[in-house]
Ligand binder design. Structure first.
Ligand SMILES: Nc1ncnc2c1ncn2[C@@H]1O[C@H](COP(=O)(O)OP(=O)(O)OP(=O)(O)O)[C@@H](O)[C@H]1O
Length: 260
């Protein structure tokens, strides 16, 4: 599915299409005719100023909020979220937090815990870590548990709302690399909300720059270089390239970079 230049749906390749979505909370318009398309298996980043409506749009993509106008079309059946706040249940250990989302599925408790154990390893935690309660885990470990919980339902759409922004720089890079590996290995269609243009350039196939509220798509950038080839030099240069675009610089309230 793609968005034709006239804003209508063209072809039938599966993916995500946001079509002329507008929304207000009370009298305050938040989103104004947002349209974009993301092919299946790709990573899209939503970036824009604070309060412009990124989280609202992500919640809509996941079906948690209905837009006032417009529509969101995709064929994904199992969206999963991870947020800046890991939102773990303090009275359950890490393993049971991961297994919690599986309770709605027809699985025996032993199967749920076995899947949780496998996911502990996938996100770089040990079996002993699985016995720990959230208060005994570091911030980075809690974020790994939240990620494992999101992956437990075997999602076909991963929705990430600034999941790394509370982590220090070194840990953030580790988590970005881990999530990137998991996305690549599973071919997961992903939408990532971020404030950090370098993070968008590092992780996205397509960057959607939102304007200040009421938000519209001020600019869109495709990043074609394979993720594995995006070293620090590439990220630095690509951030410069994006900021040389006046619409992107204006939306993010920075002076446009002069061409190099
Ligand atoms: N449930 C709600 N009821 C009323 N207003 C809301 C609700 N959810 C969000 N808003 C308002 O909508 C606007 C957009 O919020 P949203 O969290 O989507 O923005 P954001 O771009 O993700 O912000 P940030 O980057 O600061 O996290 C804000 O003014 C917010 O106060």
């Amino acid at each position: 599915m793609t968005l034709a230049p006239d804003g209508t749906l063209a072809t039938t390749t599966p993916g995500l299409v946001v079509e002329a979505v507008s929304h207000a909370f009370g009298p305050e318009p938040v989103l104004a005719k947002i349209s974009f398309a993301l092919p299946a298996g790709k990573v899209g980043c939503l970036i824009g100023p604070s309060g412009c409506g990124k989280s609202t749009l992500l919640a809509m993509i996941g079906g948690l909020v209905q837009p006032d106008q417009g529509r969101i079309v995709h064929g994904f059946a199992r969206p999963a979220f991870a947020f800046q706040d890991p939102c773990l249940l303090p009275w359950r250990d890490a393993r049971k937090n991961i297994a919690f989302g599986l309770k709605a599925l027809p699985m025996r408790a032993s199967e749920r815990l076995a899947r949780a154990d496998a996911l502990l390893r996938v996100v770089g935690l040990s079996e002993d870590d699985g016995d720990k309660f959230p208060h005994a885990l570091s911030g980075g470990m809690r974020q790994r548990v939240a990620l494992a919980r999101a992956l437990a339902i075997e999602p076909d759409l991963l929705l990430l709302d600034e999941p790394f922004s509370a982590l220090d720089v070194g840990l953030r890079r580790q988590m970005q690399a881990l999530v990137q590996r998991l996305i690549d290995a599973r071919g997961l269609t992903t939408v990532l909300v971020t404030h950090d243009l370098a993070e968008a350039v590092r992780m996205a196939d397509r960057v959607f720059v939102l304007s200040p509220r009421p938000a519209h798509v001020a600019a869109m950038h495709d990043i074609a270089v394979p993720h594995a080839a995006r070293d620090d030099g590439f990220v630095h240069a690509e951030v410069g390239r994006l900021l040389a675009d006046p619409a992107t610089a204006a939306a993010l309230s920075v002076e446009p970079e002069s061409p190099r």
